[in-house]
Ligand binder design. Structure first.
Ligand SMILES: Cc1cc2nc3c(=O)[nH]c(=O)nc-3n(C[C@H](O)[C@H](O)[C@H](O)COP(=O)(O)O)c2cc1C
Length: 178
């Protein structure tokens, strides 16, 4: 059975090693492309109905307000079911030390009981504990497995690490022997 990758990533202005730069492709999206190559996974991209600001400071303001109000921002399209998958990667950037609310919008609509959830996180220095806790809450009855966390600025040099992680956890052969 193929794995599924559900991911969110935002191109635009972002901090990379302390400098604000414009990313044509988000770090998480690039990481997901490596993972897909290594695992032949199906991929669902979470896209907000209202795009997040390209301006970094403006985006931090919007996302902070989402956290404050417990918002569940609308998506352009929803994944209605993940029934046909056993292994599901949920990949996203750390925002304000945790998982962006828009990822929770999608996860909370799915019945993920009994599924293996593999958190994959990009960040600029924060740990992933709070994000993993948020995922566990959003996926009742799922088994949240060991996460992969990659410094966003180093995604391009982490290709082999990411592929090895994916192949060992998610390749179809590996799963038949579990
Ligand atoms: C709104 C916002 C909030 C962020 N908050 C954090 C944070 O709390 N901790 C951290 O390590 N990185 C933070 N970052 C940096 C991102 O996690 C990091 O750049 C990530 O790799 C971006 O992935 P993306 O390009 O796929 O969106 C934040 C970035 C944005 C845009």
């Amino acid at each position: 059975m193929r794995p599924l990758i559900i991911f969110f990533s935002r191109a635009g202005e972002n901090y990379v090693n302390g400098d604000l730069i414009h990313l044509e492709t988000g770090n998480t999206e690039r990481l997901v492309s490596f993972l897909r190559e290594a695992t032949d996974a199906d991929v669902f991209r979470i896209e907000p109905e209202e795009p997040y600001p390209e301006d970094y400071m403006e985006c931090t303001r919007v996302s902070k307000e989402e956290i404050r109000t417990g918002a569940r921002p609308d998506l352009r399209a929803y994944l209605d079911s993940a029934e046909s998958y056993d292994n599901i990667v949920v990949a996203f950037p750390i925002w304000w030390g945790t998982c962006p609310n828009i990822v929770l919008t999608q996860l909370e609509r799915l019945n993920l009981r009994g599924k293996r959830i593999w958190p994959v996180i990009t960040h600029e220095g924060s740990g992933s504990r709070k994000a993993v806790k948020a995922l566990k809450k959003a996926c009742p009855g799922a088994r949240v497995m060991g996460s992969l966390a990659v410094h966003g600025a180093e995604v391009s040099v982490a290709e082999e690490t990411v592929k090895a992680w994916g192949a060992s956890r998610l390749s179809r052969e590996e799963n038949t022997t579990r």
